[in-house]
Design a protein around this ligand. Structure first.
Ligand code: UTP
Length: 297
């Protein structure tokens, strides 16, 4: 039985939805309180038993590799100042899983970014965790790995979205194959009209190396990019592919609202912040409902 030990984390996109903030700082490094988005994703992979991860970065996104690299000067300064707790956090960064990096020289699309991981994957199955999608605890890659263990077939995480939103996502249609499980029949990236369903792909996949020859031939699709969804549509014609309905919240931190939701979620789980931050949110919510109250008080 094939166990999934590797993960690919594509993080080479342009991040245009977040410009100008993402011009010099990759959106994958935006903080969720005190942790960059991509660190949360690496920790999610580690918690699910992934041993080795390849982060696909862009030509101008070296800061991502720097975040995970050792920094002897910083570590020495923290040691000297007895800042033991933060020192441990810093030392642990690159150690949760064995990290490797590949550069996608041009952001030709998510499908192309995954194709950049073909040598890393070799003959093994691998998880894909998009570098800007953050799962709240309980809705992580672990549930996909369980399905993979049982089915030994590719699995995609999906969630229903509002019908008005389907044009922003890769959309999956299929027939029920068990609790929360769908046997995929059709996949469409960002459907412009007549979407086949409102089940949207949520940035987590478990794939096998048979996707690489398809990706190698994949023509550009939606947005002029080489789309992973299009390659998976071809894969689903050849073999059984499953979609698992994810429970819990997954936030697109590459989108402004999704990022704010992810920050709030993280702050409400943070041991030092959750109390005072919840108080602040209650006040902010009251203000949002009654903006005049602020002026009159
Ligand atoms: P997105 O489509 O959300 O990222 O890709 P983007 O292209 O950066 O976004 P916008 O639309 O310009 O704002 C999902 C993930 O795939 C990576 C991104 O970095 C992101 O983490 N990606 C995307 C690549 O690695 N390479 C690409 O060519 C495209």
């Amino acid at each position: 039985m094939n166990k999934v030990k590797k993960a690919v984390i594509p993080a080479a996109g342009r991040g245009t939805r977040f410009l100008p903030a993402s011009k010099a700082v990759p959106k994958e490094l935006f903080p969720l309180v005190d942790k960059p988005v991509i660190q949360c994703i690496v920790e999610e992979a580690a918690a699910a038993g992934i041993e080795e991860a390849l982060i696909v970065t862009g030509a101008r996104k070296e800061a991502i590799a720097r975040h995970f690299a050792r920094d002897p000067l910083l570590e020495a300064a923290l040691r000297r100042d007895n800042k033991t707790e933060v020192l441990e956090t810093i030392e642990r960064l690159g150690r949760t899983v064995k990290l490797r990096f590949a550069v996608q020289h041009q952001p030709l699309g998510l499908g192309h970014a995954v194709w950049c991981a073909r040598d890393f994957a070799g003959h093994e199955p691998f998880a894909v965790l998009l570098g800007d999608m953050v799962c709240e605890p309980g809705s992580d890659i672990g549930s996909l790995l369980e399905v993979y263990r049982e089915k030994q077939a590719p699995v995609i995480a999906v969630q229903p979205v509002e019908w008005s939103e389907v044009g922003k996502y890769g959309i999956v249609k299929g027939k029920s194959a068990g609790e929360r499980l769908v046997a995929v029949e059709e996949l469409v990236e960002k459907p412009k009209s007549e979407p086949p369903s409102n089940l949207a792909i949520m940035g987590r996949y478990v794939l096998e190396p048979d996707v690489f020859p398809i990706l190698a031939r994949q023509k550009t699709g939606a947005g002029g990019e080489i789309q992973l969804t299009d390659a998976l549509q071809e894969l689903a014609r050849r073999r059984r592919v499953y979609a698992l309905s994810f429970e819990g919240n997954i936030r697109d931190a590459g989108d402004k609202l999704g990022y704010l939701q992810a920050v709030v979620g993280e702050a409400l789980r943070h041991p030092d912040l959750k109390g005072p931050f919840a108080d602040f949110l209650r006040q902010a919510a009251a203000l949002a409902q009654d903006p005049q109250g602020r002026e009159s008080s």
